[in-house]
Design a binder for this molecule. Structure first.
Ligand SMILES: [Zn+2]
Length: 260
């Protein structure tokens, strides 16, 4: 019996011992048992980021990896990187609060070309405070645009969100966050995503990983040099919606270089 099935039966048995009502509950929540049996991770307590690597063997890279994200972007090397060229046309989107972040899944074709490979935008999500730091500075929010190549390679664009003017796209996102965890909701109107991308398209580039388990490496990271803005009230509302700090601490560079 594998871990998932054994874990499932254990939970069902335990719940049944409590009373039959909770058995019904266990069956209703069965889709989430899979995640529990694989080591539930979080941002605090026994499943906090410094424990991720030991929660499950599938998360070992979180502890043993040498190219982990996020990082503090400090010493950088000039690489004459061309400004990022990205069009945000995606219209068909849904929004979910998955308990770790607020994520917008994108179902149509926004493309980004890096190293001659075309990446397609799959989703974007938020962290508070920012995961990457720029010159030791933390920002109130960071948005990650996750792009995938046909071969499954990942390129993530990070954009810092600083306190300033109200941002219309943040207002739209705040208005649409589903009340319930793991309940995706269709977005009724297109999001003006250009408001989440600074006017100056210069960026820092480095090799890194997913910032959540399984912390898979080989991710091309592109962090925009300039932030975008949201009002103090919007930042507070976003922090309240996320209900927790959801940032992994910065990881050692281990000989990596950051190009700008
Ligand atoms: Zn992220």
């Amino acid at each position: 019996m594998n871990v998932v099935v054994r874990g499932f039966f254990w939970i069902v048995t335990m719940k049944f011992k409590i009373n039959s009502c909770t058995l019904v509950l266990a069956l209703l929540t069965a889709p989430f048992v899979h995640a529990d049996a694989h080591g539930k991770w979080s941002y605090s307590g026994e499943s906090a980021p410094d424990k991720w690597g030991t929660l499950n063997h599938a998360f070992a890279t979180c502890e043993k990896g040498f190219n982990q994200s996020p990082i503090d972007i400090q010493k950088t090397i000039k690489g004459e990187l061309p400004p990022l060229s990205m069009s945000f046309n995606a219209k068909d989107k849904s929004i979910i609060n998955n308990g770790h972040t607020i994520q917008i899944d994108v179902n149509d074709g926004d493309h980004l070309v890096v190293d001659g490979t075309t990446f397609t935008l799959k989703q974007f999500h938020f962290h508070t405070p920012s995961e990457n730091l720029i010159d030791g500075r933390t920002y109130p929010l960071e948005v990650h645009f996750v792009n995938s190549s046909p071969q499954g390679e990942l390129a993530v664009i990070g954009v810092m969100i600083d306190e300033g003017q109200e941002n219309p796209v943040i207002a739209d996102i705040l208005n649409n966050i589903p009340a319930r965890i793991n309940q995706a909701q269709k977005l009724s109107k297109p999001l003006a995503l250009a408001n989440l991308m600074p006017g100056d398209k210069h960026y820092y580039r480095f090799s890194g990983s997913l910032t959540t388990p399984p912390c898979t490496e080989g991710v091309r990271w592109l962090v925009m040099k300039d932030p975008v803005y949201a009002s103090k009230a919007q930042i507070a509302a976003f922090e309240a919606a996320l209900a927790q700090k959801n940032s992994r601490p910065v990881q050692p560079l281990n000989g990596r270089v950051v190009i700008h």
